[in-house]
Design a protein around this ligand. Sequence first.
Ligand SMILES: NC(=O)c1ccc[n+]([C@@H]2O[C@H](COP(=O)([O-])OP(=O)(O)OC[C@H]3O[C@@H](n4cnc5c(N)ncnc54)[C@H](OP(=O)(O)O)[C@@H]3O)[C@@H](O)[C@H]2O)c1
Length: 266
Amino acid sequence: MEGRALGRVTASRAPGLAEGDLVLHRAGWRTHALVTPGGRGTRPVPAYEGVPLTAHLSILGGTGLTAYVALTRTLEFRAGQDLFVSAAAGGVGTAVGRIARLLGAGRLIGSAGTPAKVARLTAELGFDYHDGPVGELLAQAAPDGIDAYVDNVGGDHLEGAISALREHGRIAWVGAISQYHSAHEPPAAPRNLFDIVEKSLRLEGVLVRNHPDAQRELDALVVPRLRGGLVAPDVTVVDGFERTVDGFLGMLRGENTGKMLIRIAD
Ligand SMILES: NC(=O)c1ccc[n+]([C@@H]2O[C@H](COP(=O)([O-])OP(=O)(O)OC[C@H]3O[C@@H](n4cnc5c(N)ncnc54)[C@H](OP(=O)(O)O)[C@@H]3O)[C@@H](O)[C@H]2O)c1
């Protein structure tokens, strides 16, 4: 299975990769991997002193990069704008919240699946989407509307966001987790797609793999804040390689806050 990993080199014949070095790779779920520099997304972990290693798989990893490109490339997000993000307590969602704050967001609104997650997020504004129709809850949280939306969920969340967006608003469509279990059935929502025309909205898909160039910018923004303690990696850690499947299914069920990680060695 696909999955980003952080590992330590145990043996190497590659120049520039020595035994003991830390590397990121995308060779999938495994305890050991045979990789070449650059192959399967393999790259050395930058030596950022004072930065927790978990950051490289969360806010500085593909998760953070997804959030960063959604905000800066797709939404062209600007200071003072009001933003809604769905699955706000998840990996991408927490990174969106933290990075949007660094970029000077106005009102930040998030949805999450439990009161505890909402409570953890609501130094900002949030709502539990099980408490009622998403569109109505969002309208209550943002009576004056929103400028931008990062969509991790699709379906009713996308419909609610289309309703709440102001004219010329933007949507960065990152994922549709509410639809992954029923990919063969047409989704019941959104039913208001034509509002995209009526309000001159822009909806654009985001694929993180198209933006490796943005990694340096993300690091420049976030690493000093990680060192200064202004930003922390948001992660849930499951221990044991044999619990990888539990962790993955738990993520789909919402058992994680922040990025779901599996620890297979210290
Ligand atoms: N386009 C790209 O390049 C890219 C890259 C990375 C990830 N993604 C996408 O980004 C999204 C987030 O990924 P992630 O890895 O950071 O996962 P995540 O948000 O950490 O975990 C998924 C979360 O989704 C929520 N969820 C599950 N079922 C839901 C439903 N039916 N309705 C609403 N929320 C639901 C759960 O939280 P609650 O407890 O709040 O329900 C769960 O914790 C996914 O859609 C993923 O496919 C896209």
